[in-house]
Design a protein around this ligand. Structure first.
Ligand code: XMP
Length: 322
């Protein structure tokens, strides 16, 4: 296990960082192929551009549709990269993910299941088929830190947990952004010429909406959180907050639907001020905004009778729910 050293934002020189990483990727992959995991988040978008500049057509970029993504996310990500001349293959892996998540309630077990499906099943298969020996991905410094500290097993941490990816999955993993935090990665994204809408996107976790479902992750429960997420993103995108999200709780509460008792669902809204996700504070949303969120979520998401806003800081909270 190698110890990673952070490159602090003030010491980061985007031009030379980009040049070094392109050279490193090109020399590691040699004249072979690499598969690239694009989720559409800032980190994986930046990695995609670095990999594309280093390898061109020898980089096979894949977007895995796990069934856990936001509303129309797969189509959005594929089309935005197409406009930049980067071909992206959309892989339908919904069944594999939901099968692996069936009956799993423990947060860390969910994360393990996601890691297994991503790396062993989906990418293992893609790498085998394409004869690639490398997988390129956007792990960042905060992911490593939280996993090593035992806070959360971030889905993309492998070597730092002592996993030999060549032995376990059949390929090497390249992580060119591992020394950077989100603010540094945004700086690289800007220097690479990515459109604002990509490098300024709020972070989104690798386990996607499953990180926002407490209890079992089923297609139906993901659909509920997906609908609430769409409303939260529409309402809060103008706040400039670091991240905003909706969480589906497992406990039900008594409510009233069409004049009758309804033992309904609870959605929790979180909105965070942060620069690097290491510490975070809830945004001071106006009461009007909060009321609008409550009204839209109870009206627009069937079964929801309660909406709450998180007021705890990270730490002791964390940004995502699981
Ligand atoms: P937490 O919830 O640990 O999140 O406070 C810190 C930041 O990391 C994102 N996050 C993840 N990103 N894989 C990722 O790629 C993961 O497993 C994962 N879990 C959390 C989260 O959205 C926040 O920005």
């Amino acid at each position: 296990m190698t110890k990673i050293k952070e490159i602090p934002l003030l010491e980061l020189k985007p031009k030379s960082f980009i040049k070094t990483k392109i050279n490193e990727i090109a020399s590691m992959v040699g004249d072979g192929f690499a598969v690239n995991a694009l989720s559409g988040g800032v980190d994986s978008s930046v990695v995609t551009m670095l990999g594309f500049k280093a390898l061109g057509a020898r980089l096979k970029t894949c977007f895995i549709d796990s069934g856990l993504m936001r509303h129309k996310e797969p189509q959005y990500v594929v089309s935005i990269f197409k406009k930049m001349g980067v071909p992206v293959e959309l892989i339908d892996a919904k069944k594999q993910f939901f099968d692996a998540l069936k009956g799993v309630e423990d947060p860390e077990k969910k994360r393990e299941a996601i890691t297994h499906v991503f790396y062993k099943i989906v990418f293992g298969d893609l790498v085998k088929k394409s004869s690639a020996k490398f997988l390129l991905q956007g792990t960042n410094y905060t992911d490593v830190e939280e996993t090593v500290a035992g806070i959360k097993r971030q889905h993309n941490i492998l070597a730092q947990l002592g996993i030999d990816t060549k032995e376990a999955y059949g390929y090497h993993v390249l992580e060119p952004l591992i020394e950077l935090r989100k603010s540094g990665i945004r700086k690289i994204g800007k220097a690479l010429g990515l459109p604002d809408e990509l490098y300024k996107r709020p972070p989104f976790p690798g386990p996607a909406l499953s990180a926002r479902v407490i209890g079992e992750v089923t297609p139906e429960r993901v659909e509920i959180v997906r609908k609430a997420t769409k409303i939260v993103e529409e309402e809060l995108s103008d706040t400039g907050a670091f991240q905003y999200l909706a969480i589906l709780h497992e406990d039900r509460v008594t409510g009233i639907t069409k004049g009758k008792r309804d033992f309904g669902l609870q959605i929790e809204v979180r909105c965070w001020e942060s620069t690097d996700a290491k510490i975070a504070v809830p945004t001071r949303l106006s009461h009007d905004k909060l009321m609008k969120l409550g009204d839209r979520i109870t009206a627009g998401v069937p079964g929801v009778v309660s909406v709450t806003y998180n007021i705890a800081r990270k730490p002791p909270s964390t940004i995502e729910a699981i």
